[in-house]
Design a protein around this ligand. Sequence first.
Ligand code: C5P
Length: 226
Amino acid sequence: GLPQDLAGRRVVVSAGGTREPLDPVRFLGNRSSGRQGYALAAVAAQRGAAVTLVAAHTADLADPAAVEVVRVGSALELRDAMHAAVKGADAVVMAAAVADFRPVSLAGHKIKKTGSDPEPLALTTNPDILVELVGAREPGQIVVGFAAETGDDTGDALHHGRQKLARKGCDLLVVNAVGDGMAFEVPENAGWLLAADGSETVLPHGSKALLASRVWDAVAARLRDR
Ligand code: C5P
């Protein structure tokens, strides 16, 4: 088995892509599979943590063993579920792909064809849940964010990652190199783990479980030191 270095800890992980409803049958969504978040939840449970997984839409994934799964649809639902789940948690990882925008209004019935073109879709900005969780962070709680950075080269992706870490205020930021078939809808991942203390770790190309292990290594070290 794995080291039980998260025994006695409570952690919360978000996963998957939110769906922003337009009417009772339609939504705006994204291509997140939820695999990285599920791997994070599974590995944390294997290392002894009590885990809550807040899951938006995902591919057809089995619930990780010994993990409490809370299902949500929209960004606003994910937000409520996260604020409730993080109370008393030692660590929080926002791996969900949260929609940046949602339709301004939710039709009560299926929107019908009228024969003429529809009105442009009016959108409004969703709250940044990660920023909110950082704002509500309890003493000693570790908050981890994810960033998918395209960047033409490594320097670019890292530069954008550093800026995002500062802007969001989280303790750790996983920077995924995306593009060239990386990260989305594939089983493997690679990138960097940036910390608010300035440290920077390469996350070598490997399984999402391997990347999850490296993230929990960093979280466990910080929980030990606090
Ligand atoms: O700004 P960007 O979307 O690149 O940030 C990604 C990180 O912020 C992820 O950890 C994601 O879960 C989180 N996020 C959020 N709420 C949003 C948008 C992103 O918590 N509305």
